[in-house]
Design a protein around this ligand. Structure first.
Ligand SMILES: C[S@@+](CC[C@H](N)C(=O)[O-])C[C@H]1O[C@@H](n2cnc3c(N)ncnc32)[C@H](O)[C@@H]1O
Length: 246
């Protein structure tokens, strides 16, 4: 919120929205422009499932541990996380900056028979609140005002809710592998990443605390030739972390 005007702070960068909107058409193609997100999905879902069971006390074998819970995915793209959350039983809302992504997300969810509430727009202006689970994965490095975006996420979270965030770390390794190599080899579309906008775990912890939240211990998302992408203690490339209200 801008204290002078009382209006929600704008966090959408129109160039970012246009960049990602242009990828909407093949977002759900596992070999398309969002292939890297498809590869990340099982790894981050393993982390999310363990965090859900720990936070909400669900059984790790339960098929729908989010039954009766409301989940928000902020910066949802075309819905790669929203759909598994819906299958885990949540009543899901997905928000994204790009109208093309929201159209693709709605089309895919309809085809899958999943009743997901998709909205395009600025999170802080949508009046969303009271979510048991708020996720925002690989988004904060694309917004104009990270502190305002984090406050918007926090405002949407219920008092006893769980937040899950992921983003690339700003290290020499991430510059080499996630920006230079990944874009040169066509693993992610050119222009997807601005290394200077990557967020270190220490910076994310400060942003989280600034929004009245307490971060959990981050877990690295690493890559190796034998294991591919996997959860690890190495935070140098990408990491995922929980937060809850202080
Ligand atoms: C790298 S993609 C990640 C998509 C999805 N979270 C995932 O991991 O599968 C980043 C997404 O964030 C969206 N985005 C960027 N800035 C945003 C903002 N301020 N509010 C909502 N969405 C935003 C983009 O349109 C894009 O769909």
């Amino acid at each position: 919120m801008d204290n002078a005007t009382g209006r929600a702070t704008e966090t959408i960068d129109p160039r970012e929205a246009a960049h990602f909107g242009a990828l909407a058409a093949d977002w759900w193609d596992p070999d398309g422009s969002s292939a890297m997100l498809h590869k990340l999905n099982p790894v981050r879902l393993a982390f999310i499932r363990a965090a859900i069971d720990s936070h909400f006390g669900s059984d790790s074998r339960a098929l729908r541990p989010l039954s009766g819970k409301r989940a928000l995915d902020a910066g949802c793209g075309a819905g790669l996380l929203c759909e598994p959350l819906a299958r885990l039983g949540a009543q899901v809302t997905g928000v994204d900056a790009a109208p093309e992504n929201i159209a693709a997300a709605k089309g895919h969810a309809d085809a899958m028979g999943l009743p997901i509430d998709y909205r395009q727009g600025e999170l802080g202006m949508l009046g969303l609140s009271g979510f048991d689970l708020v996720c925002s994965l690989e988004v904060i490095e694309h917004v104009t005002d990270k502190a305002a975006f984090m406050r918007n996420l926090s405002d949407a979270l219920a008092f006893d809710g769980l937040m899950i965030l992921s983003c690339p770390n700003r290290t020499p390794a991430s510059r080499l592998l996630l920006v230079e190599a990944a874009e040169r080899l066509g693993k992610v579309p050119r222009g997807t990443h601005d290394w200077s906008q990557f967020v270190t775990p220490e910076e994310l912890a400060e942003l989280v605390a600034g929004a009245g939240l307490v971060p959990g211990a981050p877990k690295g998302i690493s890559w190796s030739p034998t294991q591919g992408l996997h959860l690890s203690d190495d935070l140098s490339l990408n990491y995922i972390v929980t937060a809850r209200k202080a």
